[in-house]
Design a protein around this ligand. Structure first.
Ligand code: GUN
Length: 283
């Protein structure tokens, strides 16, 4: 079997066009243009590229991008004061603080300072909790983007066994909740999991989110599975690799998302979807 590619770049571009049409419709109706504030601390090269892509996607979808590029030495108190100001600003529908943050800043304190109705990353415990009780509001962007990718396979998700490799707060855990909401039976693997290859071998859907290049081997994958690769790892030669050994996985999977060009662009598109959703709720 040679896997079919889940072309996140093309699917995300179509989603951005849908958002653009909805933003244009708002303008025609005399409604406010949605605004997304993106805060970047320091000059981490990967973060700078991600933030650039998010700002570009704002432009393409007609959403107003509000940039706050701050020095890496910014104090936590100053960052929280900026978030307070953006929380109160009616022209701002969404607030995103790009991770990773410098070591002197506590991620969870920052996330919880963002008002849940402006938490377009979907990281706030309120939004994760809403998803846990099957009442999603602002959904975590990457898992939400993965669900949109899975939709495009046309396969029924209900009843499938999904195995998520990685249990992080921002990806693995909300991914579990999204798949559960879609009716999958879900296994979440983490650093204490015994016999990871045997767990992955049971999966109709494999979602890899560990941050280790090519860790999931093609021979672990059940023939005909859907393989979603969330990892973006920079190799020593400067190239990018996912968490899945793509070449060998292609021989067994029915569908696979590439890196780059798979989940990454979907995360950006769902961020814009969330910003529009937040604006609709703010109306
Ligand atoms: N850093 C890497 N991915 C993300 C993301 O989706 N949101 C934020 N805020 N930071 C990130």
């Amino acid at each position: 079997m040679t896997a079919r590619l889940l072309d996140g770049k093309a699917i995300a571009a179509a989603l951005i066009q849908e958002i653009r049409a909805e933003v244009d419709a708002r303008i025609t109706l005399g409604q406010r243009i949605p605004g997304l504030a993106v805060i970047l601390l320091g000059h981490d090269p990967a973060s700078s590229i991600y933030v650039h892509n998010k700002r570009l996607a704002c432009e393409k979808s007609g959403v107003i991008s509000i940039s706050h590029d701050l020095p890496a030495t910014t104090s936590q108190a100053d960052l929280l004061a900026l978030i307070d100001q953006l929380n109160e600003d009616p022209s701002v529908d969404g607030i995103l603080v790009q991770a990773p943050l410098p070591a002197h800043i506590d991620d969870e304190t920052v996330i919880e300072r963002i008002r849940p109705d402006k938490d377009v990353d979907g990281f706030h415990p309120y939004n994760i909790g809403r998803l846990a009780v099957r009442k999603p509001t602002l959904r975590s962007c990457t898992p939400y983007g993965v669900m949109r990718l899975l939709e495009t396979t046309g396969e029924t998700l209900r009843g499938k066994h999904a195995v998520v490799v990685g249990a992080s707060n921002h990806v693995g855990r909300p991914m579990l909740l999204e798949l559960l909401l879609a009716g999958c039976t879900v296994t979440v693997c983490h650093s204490a999991t015994r016999d990871l290859p045997a767990q992955v071998a049971q999966a109709d859907i494999v979602v890899a989110a560990v941050g280790r290049p090519r860790m999931v081997k093609g021979e672990w994958i059940k023939a005909g599975a859907i393989v979603i690769d969330i990892g973006i790892n920079r190799l020593e030669d400067g190239s990018l690799a996912g968490d899945v050994d793509f070449v060998t996985a292609c021989e067994r999977a029915a569908w696979i998302s590439p890196v780059p060009g798979g989940v990454g662009p979907m995360t950006v598109a769902t961020l814009l979807r969330n910003t529009l959703e937040a604006a609709t709720r703010h109306d």
